[in-house]
Design a binder for this molecule. Structure first.
Ligand code: SAM
Ligand code: SF4
Ligand code: SF4
Length: 364
C-alpha cells in the first residue's frame, strides 16, 4: 500500500480523535461521509447476477474466519472514519445477517459519536432471508435504516434468481416484521436486468406504492467479472420512469442530501415515491462520498477500484490510532476515482481487462 501524506492531521484528545470540522477532501474536493463495511463474503443466495453458482460453487474458496476483520477491528476503523467525517455506516456483504453476532457489532457501532457528540446512522443491506427472525434484535441493537433486495414478486422467478429456491413470501414477511418493530426507513432494492426481470417493473411499483417502503430501481452494473455483464442488459432509469409514470403519474423530487445516489420521483397522487440508481446512464461520481471496507479489511475508494488499501495489515501490525487515522486521510486525500464517468469511454476489451472486485466481496 502506498500512503501519501495526510491532508488532515488527526490528534488524540481525551480519548476521542479530533479533526478539523471540514473533515477529509479527495482530489475532486469530495468529502468522506459514508462507509460501507462488508462483514462476510458468504451468502446463502446465489443470485444469478451477483454470485452465479458456476463461479461460487461448492469449491469456491471463501475467506477463513481469522482472515475476516474482528468486531474490535471493525469498530476501530469505524471510529476513526467517524472522526474523519463519516456520518453513515452501512453493513453489507455477502449476506450480513449470516455473520454471527451481527447485533453486537451494530450495538457497538451505534454507540460511536461524532466529534460534536452526535450519533451516526447505522444502515444494513440484506437479502431479507433472516429478517423475520432477527428484526427485533436488530432494532434493539440500534439499527436505523434497512435496505432489502427484492428483484421480483413472481415466486417462481424469485427462486430462479436466488438459485436456492428461497420463496419471496418469506422475504416480504421479514420486511413487515422489521417495520413492525420500528426499523425505518426501509427501502426495497430491485436490480433490473433486461430479459430477466424487467417485466416485473410495473408489478413491483404497484405492490410497494402506498406502503411504508420506498422502492428503488437499480441499473444492472458491471461490478466484478463473474456475471458476464453486457450493456444491452441494462434497463435505463429513464425507461423505468416512463413505464411507471404511464401507470401512475410521477413528478421529480430534488435530492435532499448531497451525495445521494438515487434520483427521486413521487407519485402525483401523494402515495409515496420511487428512487432510481442510475450507475450506468446517469453517473454520480461528482458527489460520491463513499468508501468501502472489504471483509478482510481492504479500504476501497470506489466500487470499481482494482485494488484496496490493506488496513488489516496496519491493524494487526500494531499501528496506533493516529497512524491509522493518517493512513485513512492519505488514502482519501489521494482519491481520484470516477469509474462510472469514464466507463463509456472504455472499449469492451479495456473494460474486460480491468480486474474488478466482486459485489459479494465488497458489498453494494
Ligand atoms: N446480500 C445483501 C443483499 O443482497 O442485499 C447485501 C449485499 S448485495 C452485494 C448488495 C446489493 O448489491 C443488493 O441490493 C444487490 O441486488 C446489489 N447488486 C449485486 N450485484 C449487482 C449488479 N451487478 N448490479 C447492480 N446491483 C447489484
Ligand atoms: Fe447474496 Fe446479495 Fe449477492 Fe444475492 S445480491 S448473491 S443475496 S450478496
Ligand atoms: Fe463512486 Fe466509483 Fe461509483 Fe463513481 S464509480 S459513484 S466514484 S463508487
Amino acid at each position: 500500500m502506498t500512503l501519501t501524506p495526510s491532508r488532515a492531521t488527526g490528534t488524540r484528545v481525551s480519548g476521542a480523535l479530533r479533526l478539523p470540522s471540514a473533515g477529509l477532501r479527495d482530489q475532486h474536493d469530495r468529502p468522506l461521509r459514508d462507509l460501507r463495511i462488508s462483514v462476510t463474503d458468504r451468502c446463502n443466495f446465489r443470485c444469478v447476477y451477483c454470485m452465479p453458482r458456476a463461479v461460487f460453487g461448492r469449491d469456491y474458496a471463501f475467506l477463513d474466519r481469522d482472515e475476516l476483520l474482528s468486531f474490535d477491528e471493525i469498530e476501530r476503523i469505524a471510529r476513526i472514519a467517524v472522526a474523519h467525517g463519516v456520518r453513515k455506516l452501512r453493513l453489507t456483504g455477502g449476506e450480513p445477517l449470516l455473520r454471527r453476532g451481527i447485533e453486537e457489532l451494530i450495538a457497538r457501532l451505534s454507540a460511536l459519536r461524532t466529534p460534536t457528540d452526535e450519533r451516526v446512522e447505522i444502515a444494513l443491506t440484506t437479502n431479507g432471508s433472516a429478517l423475520a427472525v432477527k428484526a427485533q434484535a436488530l432494532k434493539e441493537a440500534g439499527l436505523d435504516r434497512l435496505t432489502v433486495s427484492v428483484d421480483t414478486l413472481d415466486d417462481e422467478l424469485f427462486q430462479r434468481m436466488n438459485d436456492v429456491r428461497f420463496p419471496v413470501s418469506r422475504v416480504l414477511q421479514g420486511i413487515d416484521a422489521a417495520h413492525a418493530v420500528g426499523i425505518g426507513p426501509i427501502k426495497i432494492n430491485m436490480v433490473v436486468k433486461r430479459g430477466l426481470n424487467d417485466h416485473e417493473i410495473e408489478a413491483m411499483a404497484t405492490r410497494f406504492r402506498g406502503t411504508p417502503y420506498t422502492l428503488r430501481f437499480i441499473e444492472y452494473m458491471d461490478v466484478g467479472t463473474s456475471n458476464g455483464w453486457e450493456l444491452d442488459e441494462v434497463v435505463p432509469s429513464a425507461e423505468i420512469v416512463d413505464r411507471v409514470g404511464a401507470l401512475f403519474p410521477l413528478e421529480p423530487v430534488g435530492a435532499t442530501v448531497t451525495g445521494e445516489t438515487a434520483q427521486r420521483w413521487r407519485y402525483a397522487d401523494g402515495s409515496g415515491e420511487i428512487g432510481l440508481i442510475s450507475s450506468v446512464t446517469n453517473t454520480f461520481c461528482g458527489t460520491c462520498n463513499r468508501a468501502r471496507i472489504s471483509t478482510e479489511g481492504r479500504l476501497f475508494t470506489c466500487l470499481f477500484a482494482t485494488e484496496g488499501h490493506d488496513l488489516r495489515a496496519l491493524l494487526r501490525g500494531g499501528a496506533s490510532d493516529d497512524e491509522l487515522s493518517r493512513a485513512m486521510a492519505g488514502i482519501w486525500g489521494a482519491r481520484d476515482d470516477r469509474y462510472s464517468e469514464i466507463r463509456s469511454a472504455l472499449t469492451p476489451e479495456l473494460r474486460a481487462a480491468r480486474q474488478r472486485i466482486e459485489m459479494s466481496y465488497i458489498g453494494g
